[in-house]
Design a protein around this ligand. Structure first.
Ligand code: FSO
Ligand code: SF4
Length: 544
């Protein structure tokens, strides 16, 4: 039987091979095929911009932003709204046609750069240009690995762009690499090299976002975050976009409405800038996949600034709002250009009519161990390592997810010997951040740097320790990498770590379905990438 769709970009893909009938995430075949077309036309646009740059011509900033937002739109759990995707395809085709007029030499352009069509053809075309249109399984695997890494890079660039920070070299690379995934003359070796180059730009992209965040909101500092509730009505903000949070806090000031963070927005509490808002209440709930029960209990409106959206229940669908690259059919989308203020009044007015959140937890969690904060504690940390009080660091960054097998990460954290410290970032932390693992001489045994993009901080910390201990190689440090992945931002984090020379990363709960046996072999042989087994066996493997 013919597939209705094909997608294998996330860890929860059906049967660990591919979603062919409907997405496990809730993506319909119609939306999946339209997303494939959006990726295709974005690659076409990128081939044109890359050719224009080769002719020495300038590419406007709004085109760079369009490419990033388009890719972000197709990340797992970001946008389920076919109308939003169709309008992005139309806008991309229109922009591409205009740019084609500026291009002198059109001889070497791929089909995607020249294709155009009206809306009635989109879904059929999407079916023809998806993942399986590349027949060779190794070339397909590498093209998808690169595309997913670029989706992650685009997401991080988009957040920096919203804070009015751009890196045109990152944008030019992103577009060139996208266009190279259409180039049939490239060999497996060429694409392996391009994959590693993605890692280099992944580091640059995360550095850009880190600079954008810290120059705007200050350096994260150790912070204790309340996980209980107050008595006022509240708005829950989820996702990664700090600029959206800033606008929401400004507009809710003095309204009697509190703002709570959810999932990946938790690390916002660590930034000094946001501490001035009295109505910035705390963090409500856990990682993205628990949102159905938690959003229902929250009682007030929810603003999704990025993925991960779980298709909402009717009980709260009318209080779910989207912004940025996200979208869900039937949920109100609030837009706004970079540098302009989005209008969240409708959300605030709705909140006023809602009950206060139902308490689901009480207490606090502590985080804020991004690079500057850890550097400030460097003497204590180094002393603890030298004295043997800290024997090892375990990087457990990445994503959380619904799979039962992910209880491995809670069990692993619980089973870790008392002289080991977890370094984390991303929503993976929710598997253990409410455990009381104590501290080592005042250093908590779970150091949370922030969002998944703050894995950059963990890399900086590793490089700093390498320097302090006078080591030649980052792999000589007493650090083990046991990373959990779910969607495509984790792919660029992984490629960035590989670029920085980190070896022997363990990736779970399962290896990506998009790695063909040969591509997986390249990663195993060159970087020592491995999966996970059981907590007991992995403990022996990592620490003996
Ligand atoms: Fe998690 Fe979702 Fe941050 Fe991801 S909320 S899974 S890698 O979007 O982006 O860590
Ligand atoms: Fe399936 Fe994941 Fe793709 Fe959703 S994003 S359709 S769950 S592979």
């Amino acid at each position: 039987m013919e597939n209705k769709m094909f997608c294998y970009q996330c860890q929860e893909t059906a049967g660990c091979t591919g979603c062919t009938n409907a997405g496990v995430c809730g993506k319909t075949p119609e939306v999946a095929n339209l997303q494939d077309l959006l990726v295709y036309v974005t690659k076409g646009l990128s081939a044109v911009t890359t050719a224009l740059r080769a002719e020495g011509k300038n590419v406007a900033e709004d085109i760079n932003h369009m490419v990033s937002v388009n890719l972000f739109t197709t990340i797992t759990n970001a946008n389920f709204d076919k109308d939003s995707i169709i309008s992005k395809i139309n806008a991309t085709l229109a922009a591409k046609e205009e740019l084609l007029l500026e291009l002198s030499n059109k001889d070497n352009l791929p089909e995607a750069a020249l294709w155009n069509g009206d809306q009635s053809t989109f879904e059929e075309k999407g079916k023809k240009v998806g993942v399986l249109s590349t027949k060779d399984e190794d070339i397909r695997s590498l093209r998808e690995l690169i595309t997913y890494g670029l989706k992650g890079l685009a997401a991080y660039s988009k957040h920096a762009n919203a804070l009015l920070k751009d890196n045109v070299e990152v944008d030019a690379f992103l577009q060139e690499a996208l266009s190279k995934t259409l180039d049939d003359s490239l060999t497996v070796d060429d694409l392996v090299a391009l994959t590693l180059e993605c890692g280099k730009y992944g580091v640059d992209g995360m550095a850009l976002l880190d600079e954008a965040n810290t120059s705007t909101y200050g350096n994260p500092e150790v912070t204790s975050v309340d996980i209980g509730v107050r008595s006022n009505p509240g708005i829950l903000i989820s996702g990664h976009d700090l600029k959206d949070l800033e606008m929401l806090l400004e507009q809710t000031k003095g309204t009697g409405v509190d703002v709570y963070t959810h999932s990946e927005m938790l690390p916002a509490h660590y930034y000094p800038f946001f501490k001035k808002y009295d109505n910035f209440a705390g963090n409500y709930g856990n990682a993205w996949w628990k949102q159905k029960e938690e959003f229902e209990k929250f009682n007030g409106p929810i603003l999704m600034t990025t993925n991960c959206i779980v298709p909402p229940s009717d009980s709260y669908k009318d209080r779910l709002f989207t912004t940025g690259a996200t979208g869900y059919p039937g949920c109100k989308h609030i837009d706004g250009e970079y540098g302009k203020t989005k209008d969240f009044l409708e959300i605030i007015e709705l909140a006023k009519k809602c009950e206060a959140p139902t308490e689901i937890e009480t207490g606090t969690i502590t985080g804020g161990f991004a690079h500057e904060q850890v550097f400030a504690l460097a003497d204590t940390v180094v002393e603890a390592v030298k004295s043997g009080a800290i024997k090892r660091f375990v990087v457990m960054a990445g994503c959380d997810g619904r799979a039962k097998s992910r209880s491995y990460y809670s069990d692993f954290a619980k089973a870790l010997p008392d002289d080991m410290v977890i370094l984390t970032a991303g929503c993976a932390k929710y598997k253990y951040n409410k455990l009381d693992l104590g501290d080592i001489g005042g250093i908590p045994r779970i150091l949370d740097a922030g969002q998944c993009n703050d894995s950059y901080s963990l890399a900086l910390i590793a490089l700093k320790l390498k320097e302090i201990f006078g080591l030649d190689d980052v792999n000589e440090l007493p650090i083990v990498y046991n990373i959990s992945w779910y969607e495509q931002k984790a792919v660029i984090v992984l490629l960035a770590l590989l670029y920085l020379g980190v070896k022997n990363i363990h990736l779970g709960p399962t290896l990506p379905a998009f790695l063909s046996p040969n591509v997986a072999k390249v990663l195993v042989e060159n970087f020592g990438i491995a999966g996970i087994t059981t907590v007991e066996d992995d403990m022996k493997l990592f620490f003996s």
